[in-house]
Design a protein around this ligand. Sequence first.
Ligand SMILES: Nc1nc2c(ncn2[C@@H]2O[C@H](COP(=O)(O)OP(=O)(O)OP(=O)(O)O)[C@@H](O)[C@H]2O)c(=O)[nH]1
Length: 251
Amino acid sequence: MGYAQLVIGPAGSGKSTYCSSLYRHCETTGRSIQIVNLDPAAEQFDYPVAMDIRELICLDDVMEELGLGPNGALMYCMEELEDNLDDWLTDELDNYMDDDYLVFDCPGQIELFSHVPVLRNFVEHLKSKNFNVCVVYLLDSQFITDVTKFISGCMASLSAMVQLELPHVNILSKMDLVTNKRDIGKYLNPQGQVLLSELNQRMAPQFFKLNKALIDLVDQYSMVSFVPLDLRKESRYPLLSSLFHLWHLNG
Ligand SMILES: Nc1nc2c(ncn2[C@@H]2O[C@H](COP(=O)(O)OP(=O)(O)OP(=O)(O)O)[C@@H](O)[C@H]2O)c(=O)[nH]1
């Protein structure tokens, strides 16, 4: 059995930085992982790239040849990947053995994990090749500085959970940029009633019913909670280790 981590999250949330930190961490601790680039627009990497979607298709070529903009071209590239699961991806996966650990650095287009089936089909393919797959969802800590942003971050993460139906860990990235940790603390162990009253104070009364429904949803999916990760600090090591261990057991 192989293991795979799908690293997803909005554009710029720190996916590639997380992948390179994880790679260096594993190097230090004597583990072996392979990082795969699934972003056809990526230009440079801070980690050795084991497999690269750009060998199959490249964003610039699609933009030039089909006259598409960056977003349309990216979706075209991902559909090309979906069409090549049995060919390109299967050939590439054949290079990896039992017990190999692949980490997939994905593009940040939100539609990939909200409403198009590409990643879900990709995951099904990995499973059919005997990979145990889990998701690491990154959210920039700067995006949850108030309750409305927090709810929006939760909803985006929840839509990925529902779409992919995999073991899922939410990580709050760029914690070094949070100047007042107390502002974020209340969102790490969210209390429904506190969030609801904060939300209601921010919004007009016609939204109160909707606010309640949203908070109940976050409460019910109690796993919509975030693990803060500061990659710039030495303290990241125990956290990366325990997360890695968890994924390896449950992934
Ligand atoms: N301060 C700080 N900056 C970070 C951290 N992680 C990433 N960044 C910066 O955030 C920017 C985006 O980081 P990336 O790792 O490229 O993010 P990404 O999610 O892979 O981006 P896309 O592939 O474009 O979606 C870069 O300028 C990084 O240097 C962090 O933990 N702290």
